[in-house]
Design a protein around this ligand. Structure first.
Ligand code: ADP
Ligand code: MG
Length: 544
């Protein structure tokens, strides 16, 4: 086929296809326009899962009569004018593509009025062209009605999911803008039913209560941390509240709802050790930064941003979230001091107990310690609890470069495969700092000369093999150190089935109380199960 320039209609549809993926994309673009017009009230209506009708009405600035035609032209915008402006975007929209794109794949009606114009204006747009324009009385603001979405674009219709799914996406979109703009009153009517109505009083927790529940909000941890020109604010779930997917991790950058690997990873790292693997927190976080420090012009639907200094953002978010979780739990935590690469430090909170003092009652199945606390009964997993104690002890010894070691009278011979050999070569120094001394003894053969003093028993070979293997997927020094500490703690802790004396149980519980995270083992599993006095009363029919 010869090369030829495509007809305008095809060009318009190709461009629209990138921006208007599904009905919720229309809702997103129209809400963004309302917010950019400084609306304080936004009403969203959808019928037929958005295919029959989508209407977004606002009380924003409106469009001047003289400029309405321009609003439907491609690359026509009131939000930027120079290349410089593109470097510092403060509005949600800026490309001037949304209205023409929507109009290319639907029929659009718009009524709008500014403060200055005496009357409002109505336009009807079909196939991207204004076919009717008349004067209408209207209050200040804009209302855009989109009908028959994708009727002239059957390829797109085929990809849409069920009505419930599309309505779900629409609701999700409105929820996110309501969360990002708590000072704006949002109302959503889906198929004629009110699904959301926010007060617009500027209180994020009020919006959260409406979207989730007030009980949920009571459990959430508010965060507001500033460093230089960076500010992170919003809500975090406590470690006791988690989900099996990342879908409840919501991020906004300068109140733009975005998908961000950097922010997701930083937050997950901050929760590391607090949550079991494959569990994810619930977060609603907004990062504010000067607009010139990022690029929002990197994604057709503006759903991603690119930070100029992503490393700084990552560190700031990870550190802020971690610090907030620590202060709330009153826990001491281990973290690497900025600037020094190997030292672990304890924060100043380390003398606060994070649980109440427990009274040991006895041992169950040689596996669980039964104890009484201020508010009921506790069953403590002796292995998990001891693991937590030893994990923190070895990391602390390592931070002071005072790991107690025991030399082995008879060195143990270890033969490694080439992958593990490489790992030992790469991390031998760190292993030695933890008391694991491996001496080269031929090709891929090592002599284990010493182990940490806390490693009791004899079966060192398997533990050291497992330890080396666990280093495989790690890179950061902090994680590597944690891996080593974990393997040492796991090997050295009392096992399920070990009979413990009363004194041993009391000793273990006292040590557990002094750890930073007494409620979870270093793998993130719970160390204890709590049955509150109230639950006991309920079980026995005593509760009123
Ligand atoms: P962009 O938002 O990128 O500028 P759009 O195609 O979404 O592009 O909108 C084009 C222009 O129409 C906007 O720049 C704005 O001036 C005007 N506009 C659109 N919607 C509204 C609205 N709800 N209130 C006021 N002005 C609007
Ligand atoms: Mg726009």
């Amino acid at each position: 086929m010869p090369i030829k320039v495509l007809p305008q209609e095809v060009i318009a549809k190709i461009a629209a296809g990138e921006i208007v993926e599904r009905p919720a994309s229309v809702v997103k673009e129209l809400i963004e326009n309302s917010l950019d017009a400084c609306a304080t009230e936004v009403l969203v209506e959808a019928q037929g899962s958005g295919l029959k009708l989508i209407r977004v009405s606002d009380n924003g600035s409106g469009i001047p009569k003289s400029q309405i035609n321009l609003a439907f032209e491609r690359y026509a915008t009131s939000k930027i004018s120079t290349l410089d402006d593109l470097q510092r975007i403060v509005t949600l929209g800026f490309r001037g593509e949304a209205l023409p794109s929507i109009a290319a794949v639907s029929q659009v009606e718009m009524v709008t009025k500014t403060e200055e114009d005496d009357t409002g204006t109505f336009v009807l747009v079909e196939n991207g062209a204004i076919i009717k324009k008349e004067t209408r009385s209207y209050r200040r603001g804009t209302s855009v009605t989109v009908r028959h979405l994708f009727r002239n674009f059957p390829a797109r219709l085929k990809f849409l999911k069920s009505a419930a799914t599309e309505n779900g996406h629409i609701a999700d979109t409105v929820y996110h803008y309501a969360l990002a703009f708590p000072e704006v009153k949002f109302r959503l009517l889906l198929e004629g039913h009110e699904v959301l109505s926010t007060p617009g009083n500027g209180e994020l927790q009020d919006v959260l209560s409406i979207i989730y529940s007030s009980d949920f909000v009571k459990q959430m941890i508010e965060i507001r941390e500033k460093q230089g020109s960076l500010l992170i604010s919003g809500f975090l779930s406590p470690p006791s509240l988690s989900r099996s997917t990342r879908s409840h991790m919501d991020f906004f950058v300068n109140r733009r709802w975005v998908h961000s690997n950097i922010l997701t990873r930083a937050t997950e790292e901050a929760y590391h050790g607090w949550l079991m693997s494959e569990r994810y927190p619930i977060v609603i976080l907004n990062l504010s930064l000067p607009p010139q420090e990022m690029d929002v012009n990197v994604h057709p639907a503006k759903a991603e941003v690119k930070f100029h200094d992503s490393h700084a953002i990552f560190t700031f978010v990870r550190h802020s979230v971690r610090r907030r979780l620590e202060t709330v739990s009153g826990a001491k935590m281990l973290y690497i001091q900025p600037g020094s690469s190997t030292r672990y430090l304890l924060t100043s909170q380390n003398d606060m107990p994070g649980i109440h003092i427990l009274r040991v009652i006895g041992q169950l199945a040689n596996t669980y310690i039964i104890a009484e606390g201020v508010n009921g009964l506790f069953l403590i997993d002796q292995h998990a609890a001891h693991e937590r104690v030893l994990f923190e002890r070895i990391l602390e010894q390592h931070s002071r470069q005072k790991v107690e070691i025991q030399g082995l009278l008879e060195p143990v011979c270890l033969e490694l495969d080439s992958k593990h050999d490489q790992l030992v070569k790469a991390h031998g120094k760190l292993l030695e700092q933890f008391g694991i001394k491996l001496e080269p003894f031929g090709i891929r053969v090592y002599l284990l000369r010493a182990v940490p003093a806390m490693m009791k028993g004899t079966s060192f070979i398997e533990t050291v093999h497992n330890l080396i293997e666990s280093l495989e997927s790690e890179t950061g020094l902090e994680r590597l150190a944690e891996r080593i500490a974990l393997a040492i703690a796991c090997h050295s802790a009392v096992k399920a089935g070990d009979n413990l004396s009363f004194e041993e149980m009391i000793g273990l519980i006292r040590q557990l109380e002094r750890t930073s995270q007494p409620q979870t083992c270093p793998h993130g599993r719970p160390t204890m199960v709590h049955l509150s006095s109230h639950e006991l009363e309920k079980e026995f029919g005593r509760a009123g």
